[in-house]
Design a protein around this ligand. Structure first.
Ligand SMILES: [Zn+2]
Ligand SMILES: [Zn+2]
Ligand SMILES: [Zn+2]
Length: 129
């Protein structure tokens, strides 16, 4: 039998993550939770995020300045177009990338090839349009 510790904290983190428009850092999420009256600790936020990643309930990317960012994502394989100013995120399909990745893997005798590709740019809002 497994003992479920601190599930409510994980649920709170999952909820805060699903409310954010794009990728957020653990610190940002921690601030959001505190703004909503939660007393959850930063270490617990990190632990909950690690659990969500393992369970496939969240995606993580490394931002252009090397920070680990999190987002509640669709479960199927996809890529992200991320605004490097505000974190606004669009999920994108990239059929050509999938074909290229498996093709180049196969050409070199590899199977089960995985990849991580994120696109970063400036969204309309951040360009002041
Ligand atoms: Zn995603
Ligand atoms: Zn933006
Ligand atoms: Zn892909």
């Amino acid at each position: 039998m497994t003992v479920k510790r601190n599930t409510w904290q994980k649920d709170a983190v999952r909820h805060a993550l699903s409310e954010s428009a794009g990728f957020v850092s653990a610190q940002q999420l921690h601030q959001v939770l505190h703004a909503h009256g939660s007393t959850i600790g930063l270490a617990t936020v990190y632990r909950a995020l690690a659990d969500l990643l393992l369970a496939g309930d969240a995606d993580s990317i490394t931002s252009t300045d090397g920070q680990l960012l999190y987002r509640a994502c669709g479960t199927s394989h996809h890529h992200h177009l991320v605004c490097r100013e505000c974190g606004l995120t669009v999920e994108i399909d990239a059929d050509q990338v999938e074909a290229w990745a498996s093709g180049i893997g196969g050409a070199n005798g590899f199977t089960d090839v995985s990849h991580t590709i994120e696109l970063f740019g400036l969204c309309r809002g951040c360009r002041g349009l």
